[in-house]
Design a protein around this ligand. Structure first.
Ligand SMILES: *Cc1c(COP(=O)(O)O)cnc(C)c1O
Length: 553
């Protein structure tokens, strides 16, 4: 069995390099050059797909294992491909993947520094850098890596609960506890309420305006109403850049609102204000950008948007905590999520531990497992984040996000002057996601006014969009369409209160630049013309996977 492990006397890494190379060779046949989705000839369901799999008695040859494993890479999205436009899923940098893979050989456990050595200090170093980024005092503030953005929100509610009563951890909950979020807030806000035992229905969603911003008057009123009914409030989750609309709530005003309510009811604890900024933290890098000098030569409209995003997210320093997903806008592989707290002692309280002073942490006394949700913990997240923060630097993050903003703005600007295309989120979003629709030749309707039309017309309008999505989807399968965009129910309701599905472009690859944006516009315009020729009799035959159904609700 020794041969399967690194020789402790030689500690040579060549075998790892070679083995990765061998796996790569097996995966190569599935690469579909010039297309985002890898080749696949998968038919049937997963049960059929794995029908031949069985637990083996004998050792299998690595070569054979990898041939089989490589087959499972079929249909995989190459997120570095400029045509990958499906979601907030970045490609990971080579340097970060190399570092996490390499250190996996040593299998460091983030539970305790006694086994993982100073590698655990990587986590502290990342926390320190993020403290600097927001403007928190690293001696007082802290953070911990955990299993995803979902968990950062879970931590925020858990630590809100422990503010209500520090004994709840021991005795359990026997009070009526709530958390607040907005209609725009992520679905996981209520899911974690279920995991924490306070119940999904106790995640109160406050209405937003058309920009997706939480209604502060309704929030305050709702908080007061519930307090008067005897409820306790654990946490207010503030939007710090929502997934699609990229909305950032007024953080400082919400903190002040919270303080007002605490004073009004003479509460003996402060409900937590947590910013779900797992995507939006990245806009903080523009704090260091001189918008007048504009070194990166960004266009005026992009500068305006970035400055608004940055200005709003900069208020994060007033919050009690926030989340950072390095596996989203940090360009790390999964999972790399960081939960940041202004008062690091609140982390220790999770385990009812006596806080150790920051200045007294040293090799041998640093044991996060005493208060983290996980016991054993991977260090891949901190290592990847550490590498990328250094690799990109502040300017690198400005460049990579600036490019995505610039390339998508280019598309939006062109669509604005096209009769057949209409961007539906230009007015209400500063982000780089493009939601748009295509219109039938000669159509005089617009998405803006559609709500006032007869239902029959709205449905016909929506069906055309969906059919074009299906057309593009089939073209992907036939290798006739290099980009993979998505169909989304969107967030906008028509004036009639109904929603129709729209097309979504959510690029994340640094290879998606102005040149690719131009190519996208040219090609999609051509495809729309071609589609019109066949649309009457068009029926999808082959598709990469089950397409999204038509949305009208
Ligand atoms: C992605 C996302 C989450 C969930 O994060 P995971 O890392 O997928 O667990 C929560 N909130 C927002 C706003 C997100 O975009």
């Amino acid at each position: 069995m020794k041969k399967y492990f690194m020789n402790p006397w030689k500690m040579e890494v060549t075998k790892l390099e070679e083995t990765i190379g061998e796996l790569h060779q097996k995966v190569i046949p599935y690469f579909n050059e010039g297309y985002a989705r890898m080749n696949d000839d998968i038919i049937g369901n997963y049960k059929e797909l794995i029908a031949d799999e069985k637990l083996e008695y004998d050792s299998q040859k690595i070569d054979d294992i990898y041939i089989k494993l490589a087959k499972y890479s079929q249909g995989l999205i190459k997120w570095n491909d400029p045509g990958a436009m499906l979601n907030i899923n970045p490609p990971a940098t080579i340097a970060s993947v190399a570092a996490t893979s390499y250190f996996s050989l040593f299998n460091p456990n983030g539970a305790q520094d006694m086994s993982s050595g100073h590698l655990l200090a990587c986590e502290l170093a990342v926390v320190k850098m993020i403290c600097q980024l927001v403007g928190w005092n690293e001696n007082i503030s802290g953070g911990i890596f955990t299993f995803g953005g979902k968990s950062t929100n879970m931590h925020a509610i858990k630590q809100g609960i422990q503010r209500i009563d520090s004994q709840i951890a021991k005795n359990g909950i026997d009070e009526k506890i709530l958390c607040f979020s907005s209609m725009q807030g992520h679905i996981c806000h209520k899911e974690v309420c279920s995991w924490l035992g306070i119940g999904e229905n106790n995640c109160i969603r406050i209405e937003t305006d058309e920009l997706g911003v939480i209604d502060l008057i309704k929030l305050e009123k709702s908080m007061c109403d519930y307090i008067e009914k005897g409820y306790q409030i654990a946490t207010i989750i503030v939007s710090g850049c929502t997934t699609l609309q990229m909305t950032i709530d007024p953080i400082k005003e919400i903190v002040e609102l919270r303080d007002r309510v605490v004073k009004k009811y003479n509460m003996n604890y402060k409900p937590r204000v947590h910013v779900d900024s797992v995507i939006g933290w990245v806009w903080l890098f523009y704090k260091y950008y001189n918008f007048n000098i504009n070194k990166l030569g960004l266009s005026e409209i992009v500068l305006e948007k970035l400055s608004r995003l940055c200005h709003k997210i900069s208020e994060i320093k007033y919050a009690d905590s926030f989340g950072v997903d390095f596996h989203k806008t940090g360009f790390c592989s999964y999972l790399s999520s960081l939960y940041m707290v202004k008062d690091r002692d609140e982390l220790y309280l999770q385990g009812n531990r006596t806080p150790i002073k920051y200045s007294e942490l040293e090799y041998g006394n640093y044991s996060p497992f005493e208060y983290t949700l996980e016991l054993s913990r991977p260090l891949s997240g901190p290592i990847a984040a550490y590498v990328n923060l250094k690799l990109f630097g502040i300017e690198g993050y400005q460049k990579i996000m600036g490019n995505l903003m610039e390339s998508t703005q280019y598309i939006k600007d062109i669509f604005k002057n096209e009769e057949r295309f209409e961007v539906v989120n230009e007015k209400d979003s500063d982000g780089f996601v493009i939601l748009f629709i295509v219109k039938e030749l000669g159509s005089t309707f617009s998405f803006e006014t559609l709500g006032r039309e007869e239902e029959r017309i709205v449905i016909q309008f929506g069906e055309y969009i969906h059919k074009f999505y299906m057309y593009l989807f089939e073209k992907q399968k036939k290798n006739e369409c290099w980009f993979s965009l998505d169909y989304s129910s969107g967030y906008r309701t028509l004036a009639s209160g109904k929603k129709i599905g729209v097309l979504k472009v959510y690029p994340m690859s640094p290879y998606f630049d102005i040149m690719q944006a131009r190519r996208f516009v040219d090609d999609i315009k051509k495809m729309l013309v071609e589609f019109d020729k066949v649309k009457e009799n068009f029926e999808v035959k082959e598709v990469p996977h089950k397409p999204r159904p038509f949305v009208y609700r």
